[in-house]
Design a protein around this ligand. Structure first.
Ligand SMILES: [Zn+2]
Length: 142
């Protein structure tokens, strides 16, 4: 399996909504979240089910679930696809890595880098979410 086929299968195997959640984006019941690309605070980004990707109504950034991971974690498109495959246990990585003799850049550092970025995003969203919840409480009280 080459990288192109790999990405194609990854794209068609997971929902962008689930990928957004796995990334730590604060996806609401309408599948909207604040846009990580223009760092918006309002929920201007919409994630779509299946392989229909995402779209931001403010900065007009759009793409598939792999480019969402790529953008949020600032990794390569290929590493983003690998991360999705591992996270959702698609079981495709072995077929992809089989032809290699040496450990790939992905195995040496790519995986750790994305994990760190996702961890950072989760913390960022958690802090933002707390502030938003606090704001809602105040407006409910008033
Ligand atoms: Zn945006």
């Amino acid at each position: 399996m080459d990288m192109r086929d790999f990405c194609e299968i990854v794209r068609n195997s997971v929902s962008t909504i689930e990928v957004g959640k796995a990334l730590g984006l604060n996806v609401d019941m309408h599948n909207r979240c604040s846009c990580p690309f223009h760092n918006g605070r309002d929920r201007n980004m919409r994630l779509y089910d299946g392989n229909r990707g995402f779209y931001c109504f403010v900065c007009h950034k759009s793409g598939d679930c792999i480019s969402l991971v790529k953008g949020v974690t600032e990794c390569s498109y290929a590493d983003a696809a690998r991360w999705i495959s591992e996270t959702f246990r698609l079981g495709l990585e072995d077929e992809l890595e089989q032809r290699r003799q040496k450990p790939s850049i992905w195995q040496r550092s790519g995986r750790a880098r994305i994990r760190k970025a996702v961890y950072g995003r989760r913390r960022h969203e958690a802090e933002h979410h707390e502030q938003a919840a606090e704001g809602n409480r105040q407006s409910a009280d008033g």
